[in-house]
Design a protein around this ligand. Structure first.
Ligand code: DAH
Length: 346
């Protein structure tokens, strides 16, 4: 609306100009001294009052509309960060004017969930060791019973350097190290019980279900007389604790060079209790991880006698586990640095 009265026009222009800096209703109301303008009516000659009053009411309406708009969008505004500002490590973070204060940040959802998963396994008797982010052919493949030229090597779409170093495509590349480390304990009637969280990498075509960088948790358990029933009970116990729900599980035969027998492990969908829903693709089941009884060649390669000891192993995708828990549709959210996504978990 255009105003003829110079006083009202000036107030309206000031108000519009300042709006981006006014953050809430109170500030907007304070910015206009409506009462003083209304009081001004009395001082005008009688024939100008009608026109003045009409304009003043127009201004009041404009103001009310702005207030309503602001009420609907009262979001905190972030101050911009000067990324070039010198950083003084002796000043506490929350006193650094250029930085986000420490209470503005939060843990990444994968970190929080990883800690939860490891805590459950810790209470079940498993210790944790982190996997490496750079490895070699021996640990990624050969020690896991993939001889050179084995076709299953191609399934892993590994990134590697000209020198032959490998960005591990699974946390199983830690198996040989953990088995060697724990083998002496077996002769003292102890077991090897480890979970190995880590970041893994694959040269994949990216989509809502595939990322080049994702997280896995490997599990290893070796002792005397360990059998597939122990494997299934361990995973079922973990999953029921993690999803805080009674679940059914089932295994299907599968193939991995490093386990025999190998299984694909599925759980009844925690969202629909096997009724069928969009999350489980209307099948009632969700295939979650690969697992099996550790292949005798893998034990032997680490110096463990497969006639005396047996064990099970599994590898599960943490992203998938968390996506299911919170109904997250796109795995790419995790590595996106999308604050709107991340803040939902703070
Ligand atoms: N490393 C496998 C993968 O990433 C998953 C896996 C399967 C791990 C079976 C295991 C296992 O330890 O026993 O595809």
């Amino acid at each position: 609306m255009e105003y003829a009265n110079p006083q009202i026009k000036q107030v309206a222009e000031q108000l519009r100009g300042r709006l981006p800096n006014l953050q809430n209703k109170e500030e907007i109301f304070k910015a206009v001294e409506l009462k003083a303008l209304f009081d001004g009516i009395k001082t005008l000659p009688a024939d100008e009052r009608a026109e003045y009053g009409r304009e003043l009411n127009g201004l009041k309406k404009e103001l009310q509309a702005l207030v309503e708009e602001a009420a609907g969008s009262e979001l905190p505004t972030l101050e911009s960060i000067d990324v070039t500002a010198p950083f003084d490590i002796n000043t506490p973070l929350n006193q650094h004017p250029q930085l986000l204060t420490s209470d503005t940040g939060s843990k990444h959802p994968l970190t929080t969930e990883m800690e939860h998963v490891l805590d459950i396994f810790y209470r079940m008797g498993f210790n944790a060791i982190e996997s490496r982010e750079i490895d070699d052919d021996y640990h990624m493949f050969t020690s896991l019973n993939f001889p050179e030229g084995h076709p299953a090597r191609d399934d892993y779409d590994t990134f590697s350097t000209d020198e032959g170093l490998i960005a591990p495509a699974h946390t199983s590349s830690m198996q040989n190290r953990i088995l060697k480390m724990g083998k002496d304990n077996l002769d003292h009637d102890e077991t090897i019980a480890y979970v190995i969280p880590g970041r893994v990498f694959r040269n994949e075509d990216l989509d809502a279900r595939h990322e080049h960088t994702f997280y896995q948790i490997e599990g290893l358990y070796v002792g005397k007389g360990v059998h597939a029933g122990n494997l299934i009970a361990t995973l079922k116990t973990f999953l029921q604790e993690y999803y805080d729900k009674e679940l059914d599980v089932k295994t299907q035969p599968f193939y991995f060079p490093f386990t025999e027998p190998s299984f694909e492990f599925a759980l009844s969908c925690p969202f629909c209790n096997k009724e069928g829903c969009s999350i489980c693709g209307h099948s009632g089941w969700i295939e979650l991880l690969g697992c099996g009884m550790i292949h005798p060649n893998v034990l032997r390669e680490a110096g463990i006698d497969p006639l005396k000891y047996s064990g099970f192993a599994w590898g599960m995708g943490v992203d998938r586990l968390v996506m299911m828990k919170y109904d997250i549709e796109d795995i790419r959210n995790f590595e996106s640095a999308n604050l709107a996504f991340l803040r939902q978990f703070s």
